[in-house]
Design a protein around this ligand. Structure first.
Ligand SMILES: Cc1ncc(COP(=O)(O)O)c(C=O)c1O
Length: 405
């Protein structure tokens, strides 16, 4: 990661890994907008289809721009393989279809992103995959939920939006004692801040839609692994079922990766500043950010991560009405559920990202009506604070009246 033993450093890989120049000698990565590829002979076509010869066939499963993105992301995660997908959700679906069979059991964190939770409870359940949900941070609960048929442990760390941290090394050891895979969604940290495979995880999931792009332009995802069998199984799902990334999107993500570490450091620095500022604001009853010393897993976050990421959640006095007033008082922050953008965004998780979860699921995940989430962008931190201060004035002590004689 830091250029020792002749290995390129992280930033060099982010800019250079995976690029293959065509004979035209272009400096930038080319975009191959073609659905299929031409063979020099019938024999070559047959050999490519049968995977007896490397080379391009059809852009559902072989495209040079997509392959460049896969190679660059794999290098950044310290892995041999990556499969790019149409979205983060299709990365999770492809992994599940590749590794699970009817009758298999999954243990997953109850604090997962809403659509991931629904994928396990509403879709995979219909195909005979049963999931037990546990508290992300309670390693003993993960252990207690293991069964002979447990094939996969699935988590996000830090969790979204509360920034709770799982002990990846401990859970990898638990998974491996039971012959299961540990899958970590690394969307909030990206490899710039955390490399789960180095901590023992088997598979990393990305929603490239978030920080890998970094400017809110495209939807995409990826599955990253060092395990050749897992790679072949996920690639097989992609080839057959086709949740593929478009070459244009892959090109956008390639550009995003070039500045990933710089952006993640800037997001993290601004988020820490905002979290500290919020902690002492009247009307703010709690701030959730793993970079704060008050955060219950601060020490673990320090061990596992290079910095603490760009997501800050906070609770305000009152309920939904007061939380919505903070959102509606902003003028610059974008009211949108996306995160990981250069533009700061604000959302009310209980009525948006987690709105389709049941009351019990929301309660278990700590998603209360008075909770707000800010994805801290790259604007000046003073302007982000000023935008939030407007809505927070509802709790400021009334200005003292000055009576004139
Ligand atoms: C942690 C996490 N994982 C996965 C996803 C799904 O990614 P996508 O929207 O690219 O399908 C999201 C989306 O918000 C997310 O926040």
């Amino acid at each position: 990661m830091n250029g020792k033993n002749g290995e390129s450093g992280f930033d060099t890989l982010a800019v250079r890994a995976g690029q293959v120049r065509t004979p035209e000698g272009e400096h930038n990565d080319p975009i191959f907008t073609t659905s299929s590829f031409v063979f020099r002979s019938a024999r070559e076509a047959a050999a490519r289809f049968a995977e007896e010869e490397p080379g391009n066939v059809y852009s559902r499963f072989t495209n040079p721009t997509v392959r460049a993105f896969e190679a660059r992301l794999a290098a950044l995660e310290g892995a041999e393989h990556a499969v790019a997908t149409a979205s983060g959700m299709s990365a999770i679906l492809s992994t599940s279809l590749a590794l699970l069979n009817a009758g298999d059991h999954v243990v997953a964190a109850g604090e997962l992103f809403g659509a991931t939770l629904s994928l396990f409870t509403k879709i995979l359940a219909r195909f005979g995959v049963e999931t037990t949900f546990v508290r992300l941070t309670d390693t003993a609960a993960w252990e207690a939920a293991m069964r002979p048929g447990t094939r996969m442990l699935f988590l996000e760390t830090p969790s979204n939006p509360l920034g709770e941290i799982a002990d990846v090394e401990g859970l990898a050891a638990l998974a491996h004692r039971h012959g299961a895979w540990l899958v970590v969604d690394n969307c909030l940290c990206t490899p710039a801040l955390q490399r789960p495979l180095a901590l023992g995880a088997d598979i990393v999931i990305h929603s490239a839609t978030k920080y890998l792009d970094g400017q809110g332009r495209c939807v995409g995802g990826a599955v990253v692994t060092g395990d050749a069998d897992v790679y072949q199984a996920v690639f097989g799902v992609l080839r057959t079922a086709g949740p593929s990334m478009s070459p244009f999107n892959a090109w956008v993500f390639l550009k995003g990766l070039e500045t990933l570490r710089l952006r993640m450091q800037a997001h993290s620095a601004a988020a820490l500043e905002l979290a500290r500022w919020l902690e002492v604001r009247p009307g703010v009853t709690r701030v959730h950010y793993p970079g704060l010393e008050s955060h219950p897993q601060h020490a673990l976050a320090r061990r596992q991560q290079r910095a603490f990421g760009g997501i800050v959640a906070f609770e305000v006095e009152g309920g939904r009405e007061q939380a919505w007033r903070v959102i509606d008082s902003t003028r610059m922050l974008s009211i949108t559920a996306n995160l990981g953008d250069a533009k700061s965004t604000i959302t009310h998780p209980a009525s948006t990202t987690h709105g389709r979860n049941t009351d019990e699921q929301r309660a278990a995940a700590g998603i209360t009506e008075n909770l707000l989430r800010v994805s801290v962008g790259l604007e000046d931190p003073e302007d982000i604070k000023a935008d939030l201060a407007r809505g927070l004035r509802q709790w400021a002590p009334p200005a003292r009246e000055i009576r004139r004689a």
